[in-house]
Design a protein around this ligand. Structure first.
Ligand SMILES: Cc1ncc(COP(=O)(O)O)c(C=O)c1O
Length: 475
């Protein structure tokens, strides 16, 4: 594996503010850093801003055209057939809730939904709530089932997953990549299991739907929804350069056509088709766009995809960003391969260096090719929260907590259900990985030195006469 970036890393980093501030940003799995151009674009859109689908002014027409073409860009980026497959939401969490609420009325008594123990809470808690809190109020009994993972390497237990899926499984929900282990799940195998269940869907299809949580997958991996044959895919733009409150739910068109809307109100209705006794819903994708959307956020987020292509392929020149050029799938593949390659280099280096830190337990697969660009760990006897705070004191921005992968932390029996995590993105350098690990080593060895000092002081104090009065000791 080459340690040289497959690109001009300096040129890429010049698009961001954080390097000039000396920040060692290793919390990218939570949110990535915004490039200057996106922040500037947000402002630049203001002169021609107006609402979309709600005005006759030039400004409204221009904004509507930009907004609608953002849907086209998103569809092209993930290989969706068209904008009709795209639901713009606030984030991945909202995407999962949208699937749950849209499908909820279709679940029959005795059905089940299968998800995994390595899910982010956003792909477990909605299903838990549907099965335990919501459907029982309507007298319907639907079960959720959780597939195990191998605690030794954070790989999904496919056999266990297979044993949970049956002809009453309406939906299988699975993360594309774990935000705790980093594991990239074998989506074709999971697709095959869900496809073979024999579940009878309302339209006569005999298979379980597959919902893939792409929050950690899409930002660093070439993702083609048609090749993967997923029914639903979710992701958040704030994990891929654009912190403007926008996420995506991709769905197969016939599912969006037949399922109920998730939110009801303006713009999701067919123009003029609202009567006291009848309401007709709008055509896709607007059937799933109730109320005034996050207009600028959506436009800028789609431009983030264009900028991502430019940073990966032509960092000194705008090929896609701000142009009318249609997004080329081959360019997406080439860009994401480069990003993936550099992410793997960073991860392999982090895994190798971290393995030498005394007392460390690293979670997830050992092979960088099996994972995304994050490494979660614990140090024996250390509170991960305090560790992350100490790292911050040394200028390294990590994250400690359960990362909302709470089930997995409990399954590993972690007394504090938490771990510390370094996560990288394609703008990080090997030097930053070294600085993060150096800081961790310093925190750990500093702690050991102070522990030794305390042990030595305790031993000395213990040798003094126990009954010595304070005054004598002072003297
Ligand atoms: C795997 C995974 N799924 C879902 C989410 C939730 O994303 P959001 O907070 O954007 O809804 C995250 C966020 O960390 C994640 O890592």
């Amino acid at each position: 594996m080459s340690a040289h970036p497959p690109w001009n890393l300096d040129a890429i980093r010049s698009h961001f503010v954080f390097p000039a501030h000396g920040r060692v940003v290793t919390n990218n799995a939570a949110s990535t850093q915004p490039p200057r151009a996106l922040l500037a674009l947000f402002q630049a859109l203001a002169p021609a801003y107006d609402n979309v689908h709600r005005g006759q002014s030039d400004a409204s027409q221009i904004t509507t055209a930009r907004f609608e073409s953002a849907y086209d860009d998103i569809a092209r980026f993930i290989g969706a057939p068209s904008r009709r497959n795209i639901v713009v939401v606030r984030n991945t969490t909202e995407a999962h809730n949208a699937v749950m609420y849209s499908l909820m009325s279709e679940f029959r008594d005795g059905d089940n939904v299968v998800t995994t123990m390595m899910e982010h809470n956003s792909n477990y808690v909605p299903w838990y709530a549907m099965c335990r809190d919501i459907l029982p109020r309507f007298g319907r009994r639907v079960e959720y089932r959780l597939a195990r993972f191998d605690p030794a390497n954070g790989e999904l237990d496919l056999q266990h997953l297979a044993s949970l899926i049956d002809e009453r499984t309406k939906l299988v929900g699975c993360t594309g990549a774990s935000n705790f282990f980093g594991t990239k799940n074998p989506l074709p195998a999971i697709r095959a299991l869900a496809g073979a269940s024999g579940y009878r869907q309302p339209d006569g299809e005999r298979r379980s739907y597959l919902l893939v949580d792409g929050a950690q997958l899409v930002p660093g991996t070439f993702t083609d929804v048609q090749a993967l044959d997923v029914d639903y895919l979710s992701f958040s733009f704030h994990k891929m350069l654009a912190p403007f409150g926008v996420g995506v739910l991709y769905a197969k068109e016939h599912l969006l056509q037949t399922s109920l809307p998730f939110l009801y109100g303006g713009d999701m209705i067919a123009e003029g088709r609202v009567f006291p006794d009848r309401v007709d819903y709008n055509a896709l994708p607007w059937k799933f766009a109730a109320g005034t959307p996050n207009i600028l956020g959506t436009i800028v987020s789609a431009q983030a995809l264009r900028l991502l292509l430019d940073l990966a392929l032509t960092p000194q020149r705008a090929t896609y960003f701000g142009t009318a050029r249609s997004i080329d799938r081959a360019a997406v593949q080439a860009a994401m391969q480069r990003i993936g390659q550099w992410n793997r280099t960073l991860t392999a280096h982090a895994l190798q260096r971290l393995a030498e830190v005394p007392g460390i337990t690293i979670y997830g697969p050992r092979d960088a090719a099996r994972r995304t660009a994050l490494v979660a760990f614990n140090i024996a006897g250390r509170n991960p929260m305090e560790l992350a705070e100490a790292l911050n004191g040394r200028g390294v921005e990590s994250r400690a907590g359960c990362h909302c992968a709470t089930l997995a932390h409990h399954a590993l029996g972690l007394a504090i259900p938490a771990s510390c995590r370094f996560s990288f993105y394609f703008y990080n350098t090997l030097d930053e990985v070294d600085r993060a690990v150096d800081a961790l080593e310093a925190v750990v060895s500093g702690h050991r030195a102070s522990e030794k000092l305390w042990a030595w002081l305790r031993a000395r104090t213990a040798r003094r006469p126990q009954s010595a009065p304070l005054a004598t000791l002072k003297a």
